[in-house]
Write a protein that binds this ligand. Structure first.
Ligand code: MUC
Ligand code: MG
Length: 371
């Protein structure tokens, strides 16, 4: 079972509506897809997503592809994916950073290995604790009325009863008002959280979080820029509402510092920012040891990448904040012939071989920049 080749594709897939974050509005989401093929012709597939080119974080799609093609590929060719842990350790010695590139490569190897064994990927990661997990939705249309309509519709459909509001763009004080209006409309049936995506300074955060806490917000995600660790610690000490580290919580080393100094008291997991599924489990263990509440995060992956995240989250014991693996619902189209299932406010953990997704290669070609 040796790896013969690895192909990386960059795809741009339109979304069902504009999705507004502090730094970027998504109208077409960019994903990076990896295919590893073994000598027998069996394929393993995986996906990571990025947001807004280089505006959200360092991991741009073009850099992910270039670094895999140039620096990571030699560590894979001719190797047996059964040693994916050792292969990833070797890559970590030879390639610094590049967490997204490492994550997609590792996941593709795991998909290949699990398919070869005809077992779900979660069996290679310790086995699943959950058959399904709670599923948040992000209200980010940029319009309060539309957001309220969307929230009511999804409550009615039993799709979501946790809503995250993206409030980093524009006037912070008006945005607090926007949150309070949404809580007034649906707060008796749903949990409302906010994600600032680093957009506030500490003074603004102090003022706004006080109002949000009083208004009934149940979590505040990454209010300050990643560099302001001490500010995050001060907010954590001051407020009762949980302060979540997202963009600041990447490698196990960063996460250790966050846990030790309480630069937050809860954490969003994302396999891409931690550098893979094995690293995600290590990060979860550090956070758990510090008593942090966990959140199953997303970078807005399509069905394939969502199945990758769901497979590792299924093996982690507790998610105090649920997950936000809603990606497939925001995409207008998919690159798999089957879909991730959602039911009764939860995402169902896929049970098929590998990550349980069957690739529609025509769709991959259709949306790929390489074709
Ligand atoms: C983020 O920062 O959490 C997750 C949900 C969403 O709407 O954006 C992403 C990124
Ligand atoms: Mg976030």
């Amino acid at each position: 079972m040796k790896i013969r080749s690895i192909d990386i594709y960059i795809l741009d897939i339109p979304t069902v509506r504009p999705h507004q974050l502090a730094m970027h509005t998504i109208v077409a989401q960019t994903i990076v897809v990896a295919r590893v093929t073994n000598e027998e012709g069996l394929e393993g597939w995986a996906e990571v997503a990025t947001i807004g080119g280089a505006s959200y974080g360092e991991g741009t799609p073009e850099a992910i592809k270039a670094n895999i093609d140039q620096y990571i590929r030699p560590h894979l060719i001719g190797k047996n994916p059964v040693y994916f842990s050792k292969i990833m350790f070797n890559i970590s010695k030879a390639v610094r950073g590049n967490q997204f590139a490492k994550a997609v490569v590792e996941a593709a190897m795991i998909d290949l290995l699990a398919k070869g064994k005809n077992v779900p990927a979660y069996e290679l990661l310790g086995g699943k604790v959950h058959d399904s997990l709670p599923l948040a939705w992000t209200l980010a249309s940029g319009d309060t009325g539309k957001d309220i309509e969307e929230a009511k519709e999804f409550l009615h459909q039993k799709r979501h009863k946790i809503f995250k509001l993206k409030i980093g763009k524009g006037d912070p004080y008006k945005n607090v008002d926007h949150v309070l209006k949404i809580i007034a409309a649906v707060g008796d049936q749903a949990r409302v959280t906010v994600d600032i995506n680093q957009a506030w300074d500490e003074t603004t955060a102090n003022y706004c979080i006080e109002a949000l806490q009083e208004g009934g917000v149940s979590m505040v995600e990454q209010p300050l820029p990643t560099w302001n660790y001490e500010g995050m610690a001060r907010l954590t000490a001051r407020f009762k509402v949980p302060i979540m580290a997202d963009e600041s919580a990447n490698s196990v080393h960063e996460v250790y510092q966050i846990a030790k100094h309480r630069y937050g008291n809860s954490m969003a997991l994302k396999p891409c920012k931690h550098g893979g599924l094995l690293e995600t489990k290590k990060v979860a263990a550090i956070a758990e040891g510090a008593g942090f509440g966990l959140y199953g995060g997303t970078m807005i992956e399509s069905s394939l990448g969502t199945a990758v995240c769901a497979s590792v989250y299924a093996t982690i014991s507790e998610f105090e904040f649920g997950t936000e693996l809603f990606g497939p619902m925001l995409f207008k189209d998919k690159i798999t012939t089957n879909d991730v299932q959602f039911e009764n406010f939860e995402i169902i953990i896929p049970d098929g071989p590998g990550f349980g997704m069957e690739i529609d290669f025509e769709k991959v070609k259709h949306y790929s920049r390489e074709y």
